[in-house]
Design a protein around this ligand. Structure first.
Ligand SMILES: NC(=O)c1ccc[n+]([C@@H]2O[C@H](COP(=O)([O-])OP(=O)(O)OC[C@H]3O[C@@H](n4cnc5c(N)ncnc54)[C@H](O)[C@@H]3O)[C@@H](O)[C@H]2O)c1
Ligand SMILES: [Zn+2]
Length: 361
């Protein structure tokens, strides 16, 4: 299987996209001594894969219960202790098999274990396949905020097996599709058009369409990561939908919406703001809105408006005292603006509520 690759500094990172475990198994077999961290839900669902991994001599396998609470320094320490006790070495390779939580945590362990060991990421959620596994951002949460502790540590390779998506619950699939709609808006006509024509196939988990959309998404993210590996410039565009999305997630205590669902809300709200500021044509706004409606579930979750507005000051994207928004100016075009008024945010939130995506309190 010929992988797609992305380059960061002098490394070329292969991303294998297919529907088999064999690229992972062959890397596991050739690793000196593998440390394998597996999402416990995935391990329970994929018994024969686990049997095959278990049969490899010398590997240290640990199951990890994926939750935001467990994406913590305590868990990092627990894994570091286990690996030290079980003689994982500097030339060992860590394999992370799971969604974004498992990848972020295990990747961070790989970044700090003996100042950094190689790791291979095997994403098992759509979100991890198209987003979190690509680009080398790894880390854990702190009680002060999510993802506050971390590193840039690129994987040695990423192995996508879309077969894993067969068991992924629908709401997790939608979560990945939220980021995919974002890529479509960032990328342009060809991607957006593909999504308009294939969203039903994707929601039905048709493998060919899934593989194609994963490839297109990885290619989109790759362009930003290669230009800006440490997220100091253009990679900020990937935050489209996230300024409002994060505020909504935070204001609802991170338990009303899945991240990707919040991003879909953010995409519509931010496109509405762009239209309000005469940066985006009404016809392009309508296309984005229709696309989101096809993907998002109608929800009636209560979102406190005042609290949502107050959350912006905690946003990591706040520059020099102002909140920086990524606003779409067309399909395939965005601008960074720090002159968005509170009124236009309120209008956008009211629009999203009138459309049935949330209810405002
Ligand atoms: N590093 C980055 O650049 C980056 C980017 C985006 C998001 N993230 C992080 O990713 C995390 C979210 O990742 P996620 O959405 O993959 O969540 P997740 O890892 O929690 O997985 C979601 C749920 O699906 C289960 N699951 C995983 N694979 C499965 C499968 N094949 N079949 C059935 N169930 C399966 C998991 O056990 C979990 O319950 C967040 O912590 C976020 O901060 C990181
Ligand atoms: Zn996101």
């Amino acid at each position: 299987m010929k992988p797609l690759t992305y380059r960061v500094n002098s490394s070329r990172i292969p991303v294998f996209i297919g529907d088999s475990d064999s690229p992972m198994m062959s890397q596991l077999r050739s690793a000196q001594r593998a440390a394998v961290v597996v999402d416990s839900n995935v391990a329970a669902l994929y018994g024969s894969m686990m049997d095959e991994i278990n049969s490899i001599d010398g590997s240290v396998i640990t199951l990890f219960h994926a939750s935001e609470e467990n994406k913590s320094l305590d868990k990092v320490e627990e894994l570091l202790t286990l690996f030290l006790e079980r003689n994982i070495r500097r030339d060992s390779v860590l394999f992370a098999i799971g969604g974004g939580i498992t990848g972020d945590l295990a990747g961070f362990v790989a970044a700090v274990f003996q100042r950094g060991i190689e790791y291979v990421h095997v994403p098992t959620t759509l979100l991890a396949m198209v987003d979190s596994s690509i680009g080398g951002k790894v880390g854990v949460n702190h009680s002060v905020g999510k993802n506050m502790i971390g590193a840039f540590h690129q994987p040695n390779s990423i192995v996508v097996n879309t077969g894993f998506l067969e068991t992924l619950p629908k709401e997790e699939l939608i979560c990945g599709l939220g980021e995919i709609v974002k890529y479509a808006v960032l990328s342009g006509e060809a991607f957006f058009d593909f999504l308009e024509k294939n969203h039903v196939r994707l929601l039905n988990k048709e493998r060919k369409s899934l593989q194609k959309i994963v490839r297109m998404s990885v290619e989109t993210k790759k362009r930003y990561v290669e230009k800006d590996p440490r997220e100091s410039g253009v990679r900020a565009h990937l935050n489209l939908g996230h300024t409002i999305g994060h505020a909504v997630e935070a204001a609802t205590g991170y338990n009303a919406f899945k991240h990707g669902e919040a991003v879909l809300i953010g995409l519509v709200a931010e496109a509405h703001i762009a239209m309000h500021m005469k940066l985006l044509r009404a016809s392009s706004f309508e296309r984005i809105l229709k696309m989101v409606r096809r993907i998002a579930r109608q929800r009636d979750e209560k979102v406190p408006l005042e609290d949502t507005l107050g959350r912006f000051i905690y946003d990591k994207k706040m520059k020099a005292g102002k909140v920086r928004f990524v606003l779409p100016t067309g399909i395939g075009k965005v601008v960074l603006r720090d002159d968005v008024t509170t009124n236009s945010v309120v209008d956008a939130m009211r629009f999203v509520a009138a459309d049935g995506m949330i209810s405002l309190t």
